[in-house]
Design a protein around this ligand. Sequence first.
Ligand SMILES: C[S@@+](CC[C@H](N)C(=O)[O-])C[C@H]1O[C@@H](n2cnc3c(N)ncnc32)[C@H](O)[C@@H]1O
Length: 176
Amino acid sequence: MDNFRKVPWLVDEAVEFLRTEIEKGNIETVLEFGSGASTLWLADRVDTIVSVEHDPGWYNKISTRIGTKSGADYRLRERPYNSVCDENLPVDKFDLVIIDGKDRIECVKSSHDMVRKGGYLLVDNSDMDAPWSPEIFDFLKSWKRRTWVQSGPDQEGHVAPDGIKWETTVFFKEKK
Ligand SMILES: C[S@@+](CC[C@H](N)C(=O)[O-])C[C@H]1O[C@@H](n2cnc3c(N)ncnc32)[C@H](O)[C@@H]1O
């Protein structure tokens, strides 16, 4: 039986936010740091996803599952992997950037300029006890934001470890 996650490993309401924005046509291009179920789910729904991974074993596992999904551009890179922002990318502005892996502060600083006007920068595990959150929130303090908290098991039954608050925040880039 295949018990691999079917939906991104984010707070449920953040997944629903993404689903709605994709259905409205507001998200067609995605840059993601930290791959997994989100990569597969997004590759089925958007035109282009560039996903960056540091772990070769995980990369091989997800690569097999990506197979021939046409819009997926999956890159294995050494840390700190925010350097991917200096590489050739299929577009110069993305509708959505997802920060859900390593080197989170560096990834925010290198990629925030790559979000299009009116686009989104999503940070998972954005509770203030997470070591990266204070600096990321300060860096993006001029952006509007929305945070969702997962208070019980998520839609796949995952529960955050004891004592850990699980939050996902989407930062909104100004439209003009
Ligand atoms: C929080 S996970 C990324 C999750 C992904 N964005 C998603 O929504 O499914 C961050 C990193 O943990 C590792 N990882 C994720 N799921 C894993 C698993 N089931 N087993 C081992 N490593 C995993 C990968 O290196 C990944 O880049």
